[in-house]
Design a protein around this ligand. Structure first.
Ligand code: ADP
Length: 399
């Protein structure tokens, strides 16, 4: 079956067409700057379109361009758009009501919209993508796959915040967790890679990208994660603060006369690597600046590596041990510096990496980085959220 996977954000729409009989990527594209000009990129085999300016006013335009390119006589790989068997949509927030992927109907879409208040930046563009796609491809099933649903196994003592319980009841304020599709994918692949039954191992999975989170997965089920009510909690990130003392927020709002919106902007867009270094939101820039002796870039490296270690140790304690440590996403897969910094000194936990391999490992494949005498397997597993969404889409249609 051919499955089209759609990841629709506020100003961009990414898509991939996968042949699920071979787990093979056939084509991928991205429409950017939706509503403010428009830019289109696409790749299918040797055919590449790179950042072509194109009028893309709405998400529906973006989907139409995607369909037209997929069936184009030169660039396309489909004779007929009806060769697509199903569409899988990435939805960030499923709230408490969507605990697994679901086939989208009008009623389901209305129900999904009730979660908008929980993810006002992420969910509306994704829902626009679903609506546009259902309009253009009305005859095939559309499946919504939620980033939060991997976390429905988290126990109440890990998801209830110690504020008055009535706010959980009234506003649904609780830990939801994000990057679930990625953590679900890499933990499954990791167990296969080392030939262990996922139901019998304890995994700490580090998804380190522009957005970063760490998840504890015990016997195949998530038991805790660093992101919370929103994707702001936990680790410091490219531009996000991660966890800070909540009093800092009320203090700053009072002293600097900031509105909630201004404060949210500071925490989400002006903090993290960028905030501390004063310049660099990208990890590669932090590493180069640090090599050139810039103190605040070095400070970023120290903060983030200490935080990662705290969570690895904390989650090992929560699970009563750890068998596998995973690094994934842009930084986790590509940065030997980060992997070295984040594992340094964890020998007492049985975590020890082969430093030479860490610096010279192949990219884009699963790699076992563990030193020969390590008790814990440290693995680099490239994430593939699109393939996971396509798999979930096929599973739900078959069931
Ligand atoms: P997103 O959360 O936007 O999906 P990514 O997973 O693409 O982010 O990760 C982006 C981060 O990965 C950036 O901080 C970037 O510096 C880092 N990164 C990408 N490639 C490399 C590399 N070769 N070496 C070190 N860091 C890298």
């Amino acid at each position: 079956m051919y499955v089209l996977v759609i990841n629709s954000g506020s100003s961009s729409l990414k898509y991939q067409l996968l042949d699920m009989s071979k787990n093979e990527l056939l084509a991928k594209g991205v429409c950017e700057k939706i509503g403010s000009g428009g830019m289109f990129s696409y790749q299918a085999g040797n055919i590449k379109i790179k950042e072509k300016p194109m009028e893309i006013a709405t998400h529906e335009d973006a989907i139409r361009i995607a369909m037209e390119t997929l069936t184009d006589a030169v660039a396309g790989i489909l004779k007929d758009i009806r060769q697509i068997g199903a569409v899988g949509h990435r939805i960030v927030h499923g709230g408490e009501n969507f605990i697994k992927p679901v086939i989208v109907s009008r009623g389901v879409l209305e129900e999904m919209k009730k979660n908008t208040i929980l993810a006002p930046l992420h969910n509306p563009p994704a829902e626009k993508g679903v609506e546009a796609c259902m309009k253009l491809l009305p005859e095939i099933p559309h499946v919504a796959v939620f980033d939060t649903s991997f976390y429905t196994s988290i126990p109440d003592y890990a998801y209830v915040y110690p504020i008055p319980y009535k706010y959980y009841e009234k506003h649904k304020i609780r830990r939801y967790g994000f990057h679930g599709t990625s953590h679900n994918y890499v933990t499954g692949r990791a167990a296969e890679f080392i030939g262990r039954d996922i139901k019998q191992i304890k995994i700490v999975s580090c998804h380190l990208g522009n957005g970063s989170s760490i998840t504890a997965v015990k016997n195949g089920r998530s038991v805790d994660t660093t992101m919370g009510f929103t994707p702001l909690e936990g680790l410091m990130m490219g531009t996000r603060s991660g966890t800070i003392d909540p009093s800092i927020i009320t203090f700053l709002m009072r002293e600097e006369n900031l509105s909630p919106k201004q404060m949210e902007d500071i925490l989400n867009k002006k903090s993290g690597f960028g905030g501390v270094s004063g310049k660099y939101t990208d990890w590669r820039d932090i590493c180069s600046a640090s090599e050139n002796g810039e103190q605040r870039a070095m400070l970023v490296q120290k903060i983030i590596s200490a935080q990662i270690k705290k969570y690895i140790g904390g989650f090992a304690a929560v699970m009563g041990g750890v068998d596998v440590l995973i690094f994934t996403a842009g930084i986790g897969e590509n940065s030997c510096d980060m992997r070295a910094l984040a594992t340094d000194g964890l020998e007492f936990l049985g975590i020890k990496i082969n430093r030479e391999l860490n610096e010279n490992m192949p990219l884009g494949v699963n790699v076992d980085l563990s030193a020969s005498d390590a008790m814990v397997k440290t693995l680099v597993i490239p994430t593939n959220e699109e393939l996971m969404i396509a798999n979930e889409t096929v599973n739900i249609i078959k069931s």
